[in-house]
Write a protein that binds this ligand. Structure first.
Ligand code: ADP
Ligand code: MG
Length: 248
């Protein structure tokens, strides 16, 4: 079991109608590995991430999550979703529930956890993202960065083995970006398996074990940061990096 990859794509293809969004994706993510996905807009990063918890079905190839081969059977999809947490650009906290209520809703109502236990776990995880002092507040009373940190704690309340992040900082101001990246860095240091779509290259350099660069639905390369940020990177990766450096 220990040797099994956390996530494994084998010649996976994904279409939106006639549009070929993911092309022969091969990627194996080890337990505890931190992957950063980057690439131009429309290259398929979100689609790849969303296939992992079956927010999008694929049409051919195999996708295995924690040893579970994904198919259309609801029980399989539930089993996978129980292991995978996800954090998006827009945090989608429930506006009429407090921070604590947002974090305990799913554990109590979907997973049958007792209220006291769910609240104790939520408070532990809120303190991990430094939001325990805000447990009684409502989302509109928080900054974007605070809301995103609550959204991360909310995901962690379901005790995922794998965390997916899709541009979690791209809607935030610089101060909030730093707060959220710090939380993600802490999570990485604790050994969480993570796949993060982000263009925060400082974070990628510091935290990623491998950087996956995508273009036009393909993985161009999946290499450690010291390779990705060197002249050893593929031409297409280097062109992309120089473009984003110009925009910063
Ligand atoms: P990225 O996250 O890298 O910007 P996406 O995975 O969102 O890219 O999209 C990859 C491609 O698939 C884009 O060309 C996009 O327009 C297309 N696409 C994404 N979602 C859908 C959808 N629901 N229906 C049709 N095409 C889609
Ligand atoms: Mg995207």
């Amino acid at each position: 079991m220990q040797q099994q990859p956390a996530v494994r794509f084998e010649r996976l293809n994904k279409f939106y109608g006639a549009f070929h969004a993911l092309k022969d994706i091969d990627l194996s993510v080890s337990r505890g590995e931190r992957i950063v996905l980057c690439g131009p807009s429309g290259s398929g990063k979100s689609t790849l991430i969303r296939c992992i918890n079956r927010l999008e079905p694929h049409q051919s190839g195999r996708l295995t999550v924690d040893g579970i081969l994904l198919d259309d059977v609801p029980k399989t999809i539930r089993a996978v979703r129980n292991r995978v947490g996800m954090c998006f650009q827009h945090f989608n906290l429930i506006p009429h529930l407090t921070v604590l209520g947002n974090c305990t809703l799913s554990p109590i109502h979907t997973h049958g956890v007792m209220k006291a236990e769910a609240e104790a776990l939520a408070m532990t995880l809120l303190s991990r993202v430094r939001m325990d002092g805000h447990a009684g507040k409502y989302p509109h009373q928080l900054s974007g960065g605070q809301q995103q940190r609550v959204a991360i704690a909310r995901s962690l309340c379901l005790r995922p083995d794998i965390m997916l992040f899709d541009e979690p900082t791209s809607a935030l101001d610089p101060e909030s970006i730093a707060e959220v990246l710090e939380v993600m860095t802490g999570l990485a240091a604790e050994g969480m398996t993570m796949l993060c779509v982000t263009h925060e290259m400082g974070f990628a350099r510091k935290v990623a074990d491998r950087i996956v660069f995508m273009e036009k639905g393909e993985i161009v390369e999946a290499v450690p940061p010291d390779v990705f940020f060197s002249s050893g990177a593929k031409e297409r990766s280097r062109r992309f990096l120089s473009r984003i450096a110009q925009n910063e």
